[in-house]
Design a protein around this ligand. Structure first.
Ligand SMILES: Cc1ncc(COP(=O)(O)O)c(C=O)c1O
Length: 459
């Protein structure tokens, strides 16, 4: 199939779900009713759903088998012990706290590790992550390398932390005023860009020198491991599982959204080595999530997660995953469509600034582009630009991120190369008629995480 750069699916399809295609006139009406927010379009009205890779994974026969073995006891479910020991083995952390999804883990970490007024440096913000840091009194500081904010610069590890920025923050505020340092692998809003093992080693050494804890946002850690194997010569023969293990060996703990690299539809967890932090997390988990032996997940979901985590570290799985995303990116690049380069792990990001040069950032080009792509082709994507960035907590002004993008996020094991072709053709067609994309303005702006439920109309 195709050429060697794009390996065929390493699975057979056993169960299918049909999708329907509305007419363009219907989609125009649907988009208008949804306030031009792709989050507010019903799934039934979507032909190819690239809104997110979160919770949209297809599970394997083994995972579905695991669902039937759910132990739904309120306390001490055997599936929890399976999940706990799997995470301890694969990630190497001493303690695991289950949560309903990643943001549940972020909330608990904020409660136990941030004192109001402390800084939380991170390699580019993520929406829910920064929200929980700020909600717990933290002040986010971006420490990613400058190149990550430029869609056109092609670097192998564009998610890396800039050590000079970390040192400058330490000099400015003092290590005691830094709650912890958060390293995301891969970096979602930079375009799914990886962090190198060398950078993790260096960041860890700097943190240790100053007594600062280092937590990782582990959400897409297996995808990051693939890039390390592919791009860091030292790791070219190292199994993915061992790379993942080494990555986490440099951290004090992590938050995990199980809805991505655990190949499940719901769930998450928080890990740490420190016994006191763990005891404190056990107290908070019962407040927000549930018993420390389920944390908001059903027994069956924990079973599926334990199985999925192992499957995600199979070499053929992760190679196909990364290369399928790259296939879509390569098709767009060949046609001259502006995207964030290089193509990252979970998605292809359209560069809305260059796609819609006729719109200013305040005319919400990425939001408008995502809406128009849906109208044109039934393909659903997501804005990741000024709308997602929200407002500054102190000044109330809009953040103006340098990256104004539309994310075409590929669910794991769900779509084929033929679907990627359809998406590529739709985007290329729209690019030829880009002047038809009209700017948008807010008609309803929620105060928190506004991109989820905000509404817009044409200017
Ligand atoms: C990098 C990153 N961190 C955290 C989260 C939050 O996870 P969840 O959606 O499971 O709450 C996400 C979700 O998209 C993410 O991409």
């Amino acid at each position: 199939m195709l050429d060697k750069r794009y390996p065929a699916e390493p699975f057979r399809i056993k169960s299918v779900e049909t999708v329907k295609m509305n007419t363009r006139a219907e989609r125009e009406e649907i988009a208008k009713k949804a306030g031009y927010n792709t989050f507010l379009i019903n799934s039934e009205d979507v032909y190819i759903d690239l809104l997110t890779d979160s919770g949209t994974n297809a599970m394997s026969d083994k995972q579905w088998g695991g669902l039937m073995q759910g132990d739904e006891a309120y306390a001490g479910s055997r599936n929890w012990f399976h999940l706990e020991s799997t995470v301890q083995e694969l990630f190497g952390f001493k303690h695991v706290i289950p949560t309903h999804q990643g943001r549940g883990a972020e909330n608990i970490l904020g409660h136990i590790a941030i004192k109001p007024g402390q800084y939380v440096p991170g390699n580019m913000y993520f929406t829910t992550t920064r929200f929980h840091q700020e909600a717990n009194g933290g002040i986010f500081r971006d420490i990613i390398i400058d190149e990550a904010h430029d869609a056109t610069i092609n670097l192998p590890f564009k998610g890396n932390v800039d050590l000079k920025k970390v040192q400058a923050l330490i000099d400015e505020v003092g290590a005691e005023n830094i709650a912890y340092l958060c390293v995301a692998v891969t970096v979602n809003l930079a375009g799914g860009q990886p962090v190198s093992m060398q950078n993790l080693r260096d960041v860890s050494a700097l943190c240790k020198k100053h007594g600062i804890k280092m937590f990782m946002d582990a959400t897409r850690c297996v995808e990051n491991a693939y890039f390390i194997q592919e791009r860091e010569p030292e790791f070219k023969d190292t199994p993915i599982k061992d790379i993942v293990h080494e990555m986490f060996s440099y951290a004090d703990g992590c938050t995990m959204s199980g809805k991505k690299d655990c190949l499940t539809n719901i769930g998450g967890f928080l890990c740490m080595n420190d016994d006191d932090l763990y005891m404190s997390a056990r107290e908070w988990v019962v407040v927000y999530e549930g018993m420390p032996s389920y944390g908001g997940m059903a027994g069956r979901d924990m079973e599926a997660m334990a199985i999925g985590l192992r499957e995600s570290m199979q070499e053929e799985y992760i190679e196909h995953r990364i290369k399928q995303v790259r296939y879509l990116g390569d098709r767009l690049l060949e046609a001259g469509v502006p995207i964030v380069e290089p193509v990252g792990g979970h998605a292809v990001f359209l560069d809305a600034r260059r796609f819609c040069p006729h719109l200013t950032q305040d005319q919400l080009p990425a939001q408008a582009l995502a809406a128009q792509l849906y109208i044109d082709s039934g393909v659903r994507s997501m804005e990741r630009g000024i709308v997602s960035a929200g407002r500054d907590k102190v000044t109330g002004e809009d953040h103006h991120p340098k990256l104004e993008t539309v994310r075409l996020t590929i669910p794991r094991r769900v779509y084929t190369y033929a679907h990627m072709d359809l998406v590529a053709d739709s985007v290329i067609d729209l690019y030829k008629n880009k002047e038809e994309i009209k700017g948008l303005k807010w008609v309803y702006e929620p105060k928190m995480l506004r991109f989820f439920t905000g509404r817009f109309e044409h200017i």
